[in-house]
Unconditional design. Structure first.
Length: 281
């Protein structure tokens, strides 16, 4: 299969997605995935998909999503070209384990390693203080940011729009980073192009390694860290659900979990309420 044929197949599949009404963000992310996969493999057969997912530094749930996308593309290729190959999808079960989150000390080390690059420092600060998904971050435009009102307008899954408040610290960082710029994507490469998800993942991983963090750090783990810190700060799960852009509270409760700090605070509060019960009458 030639490179030109690969490109035509990808373009054809993407056009079908557009015609079916998929959101711009979904189409763009699928396009990135297919281009990356087909740059390394001739066909999305079972063995190649398994190899690709095995080497991907993403969560198991993300691997499952990618396997479905690649399987759909494989069926499209067979339908359009008549090429015969095994398209059995690799069996991956969704992980029930809670994602790893970073402590405040680890966050400090991560940020310190990136201070030499204001763009990268701002990206990390954004993940930590807003809990954005990686796809949401790379699709932000400067017009989505209101520094006066201290808010950002985010287009999440299913093109659902939500407004997220910005802290004073993050506003200050953004003003330094933008330096008056009011056009284009909020975060761009040195060539002025928007980032791909893999580029952001590699960037986060690189700074985590430079900070000598023992945990495997990813944008997804920074999102989970945001949820954990919000819960520790006493943020209501219903409020957190809106900030994270979840359609179901059950999804939010999977992100959040009981930390030692929350447990101690709960016991302390119950002790205060029941204090009179233990007093001798």
């Amino acid at each position: 299969m030639t490179k030109i044929n690969k490109e035509k197949l990808i373009d054809g599949y993407i056009n079908e997605m557009k015609n079916r009404g998929y959101s711009k963000m979904t189409v763009r992310n699928v396009h990135y995935l297919l281009k990356d996969f087909m740059a390394h493999y001739k066909l999305p057969d079972k063995d190649n998909i398994s190899d690709y997912l095995f080497n991907a530094d993403v969560s198991k749930n993300t691997k499952i999503t990618r396997s479905y996308i690649l399987l759909g593309f494989a069926k499209y290729i067979k339908r359009k070209t008549g090429t015969d190959f095994d398209i059995g999808a690799p069996r991956l079960k969704k992980s029930k384990k809670l994602p790893v989150y970073l402590t405040k000390s680890e966050l400090g080390k991560l940020l310190d390693t990136s201070r030499k690059n204001i763009r990268d420092f701002t990206i990390l600060a954004f993940f930590i203080q807003t809990g954005l998904r990686i796809d949401e971050l790379i699709n932000l435009h400067t017009k989505n940011v209101d520094l006066q009102d201290k808010t950002i307008k985010v287009h999440g899954k299913g093109d659902k729009e939500r407004i997220i408040p910005l802290s004073q610290d993050l506003v200050k960082i953004l003003k330094t980073y933008l330096n008056g710029r009011t056009e284009g994507y909020l975060f761009m490469s040195q060539k002025g192009n928007p980032f791909s998800p893999s580029a952001i993942q590699k960037m986060v991983k690189r700074y985590a390694q430079e900070a000598h963090l023992k945990k495997r750090v990813s944008p997804h783990k920074l999102r989970h860290t945001f949820a954990t810190l919000a819960l520790e700060a006493g943020v209501n799960p219903f409020t957190l659900k809106e900030l994270l852009g979840h359609s179901s509270l059950n999804t939010t409760l999977i992100y959040t979990h009981i930390t030692p700090e929350i447990s101690r605070d709960a016991v302390k509060r119950v002790a205060e309420i029941t204090k009179d019960v233990f007093e001798k009458k």
